[in-house]
Design a protein around this ligand. Structure first.
Ligand code: RUB
Length: 421
């Protein structure tokens, strides 16, 4: 085995037949040597020459490093498609995001981006509903969906939860969700919550003539999660949430593959354990790719202006990736095949005073989620729901929040309470 088996700087990747991964690396070795170790360990090689690795295997399956930039620390590797099992995110990650991070040679290593051939993409189901499906279900086409997270995260009984949801739905919110850690707890049993929420939601829909969505958090070991999702479906729900990192991509795929016809909401709690360090780990952009492949319909991607880390350029790029049918930012790439676009969710630390800035940055194809920004309103959650709706209305009408607040009391109170940007 020679270095040149992996290092092919004149090689032009074949985007129809290879998965291309972009890495950032730092090492006591040269960047080229780090790239070679990465390419070996993530495809077919190991730390020493092995007699079982024939020249034929090497020729067919060795990953090829075709780009190394010592100034930026970036290197790119093309992997033959034969290295990957179709439609298996676990197998994909065990290859290109597995052992490599543990190598002693690595000081820092980050999987920055990943590009898939269309034929690989098309083996995945992608979202069942996607943006157009969700908009069709809700009948909302010209504005972001207004979302609310029930707060406190944990503590309400199933009846309190259902009552609160019904009141918030009545006051203009389109989508209400369980928080990431609300699953099946002694004081709020999953099945009770589903029954009670859906009963009241039906009544509100009758009264208001508007379709509402409640997002039930089904996160659990896979077989339990599937049972919970089937229960939601049976009782007449349309949407379930899975914490994609803590439940794992196999769980997400199993949920999608069960094809229950439910909207799948992807929460990303825990992602910062490996996305936040800009030098090491896996980028949020890569996770967005995985979410779309696995078939999440709506996915948390960040707010820029809220409480969670996530820079403007990065969040915009992630949202564009989820929404686009064609990857505009690199024409060389393959498109998303038959996979539907995913609706981005802006969530975390949002309040009515931030909506115009948020929508200026991230546009209208969004769910805008408020937790504290509704339940922390000085006159309570119902006034908070109205304030959130008014803030989005004002932004859609291109009226400054401060002006709109003159004859919208709840918005005025919210702006006085939290300020605005
Ligand atoms: C929001 C909240 C969500 C975060 C997740 O509550 O707790 O779980 O949005 O973050 P609040 P992200 O509105 O009170 O801040 O969407 O960035 O993954």
């Amino acid at each position: 085995m020679t270095k040149n088996d992996y290092l092919k700087l004149n090689y032009k990747p074949n985007y129809q037949n290879e998965i291309v991964a972009t890495f950032y690396g730092e090492s006591r070795l040269s960047l080229k040597e780090l790239a070679i170790k990465t390419a070996e360990e993530s495809s077919i090689g190991t730390w020493t020459k092995i007699n079982t690795l024939s020249s034929d295997i090497l020729k067919r399956l060795a990953a090829r490093i075709f780009y190394v930039n010592v100034k930026t620390g970036i290197f790119k590797i093309a992997y033959p498609l034969a290295l990957f099992e179709p439609a298996s995110i676990p197998q994909l990650l065990s290859s290109i995001a597995g052992n490599i991070f543990s190598m002693k040679a690595v000081k820092n290593l980050r999987l920055e981006d990943i590009e898939f051939p269309e034929k690989y993409i098309n083996k995945y189901p992608g979202p069942k509903w996607g943006i157009s499906g969700i908009r069709k279900i809700t009948g909302i086409y010209n504005r972001p969906l207004i979302g609310c997270i029930i707060k406190p995260k944990l503590g309400l009984t199933s009846s309190q939860n259902a009552e609160l949801a019904a009141q918030i739905f009545k006051n203009g919110v389109d989508v209400i969700k369980d928080d990431e850690n609300l699953t099946d707890l002694s004081f709020n049993r999953f099945t009770d919550r589903v029954k009670k929420v859906l009963l009241l939601k039906k009544q509100v829909e009758k009264q208001t003539g508007k379709k509402k969505i409640y997002v039930f958090n089904v996160t659990a070991p896979t077989e339990i999660m599937l049972k919970r999702s089937a229960f939601v479906k049976k009782i007449g729900g349309q949407c379930v949430m899975i914490d994609v990192i803590t439940a794992g991509w196999a769980g997400v795929q199993s949920l999608r593959n069960a094809d229950l016809g439910l909207i799948i909401h992807g929460h990303r709690a825990g992602h910062s354990t490996f996305t936040r360090n800009k030098k090491h780990g896996i980028s949020m952009l890569v996770l967005a790719n995985l979410a779309r492949l696995a078939g999440v319909d709506q996915f948390h991607t960040g707010t820029v202006v809220g409480k969670m880390e996530g820079e403007e350029e990065e969040v915009i790029k992630i949202n564009e990736l989820l929404k686009e049918d064609w990857r505009e930012f690199n024409k060389l790439r393959e498109n998303w095949g038959k996979l539907r676009p995913v609706l981005p969710i802006a969530s975390g630390g949002l309040h009515p005073g931030l909506t115009d800035k948020l929508m200026k940055i991230l546009g209208h194809d969004l769910i805008i989620n408020f937790g504290g920004g509704i339940h922390g309103h000085p006159r309570g959650s119902l006034a908070g729901a109205r304030a959130a709706k008014q803030a989005i209305e004002a932004t859609i009408k291109k009226i400054p929040l401060k002006i709109y607040a003159r004859d919208h009391l709840e918005l005025k109170e919210a702006l006085e309470h939290w300020g605005f940007k």
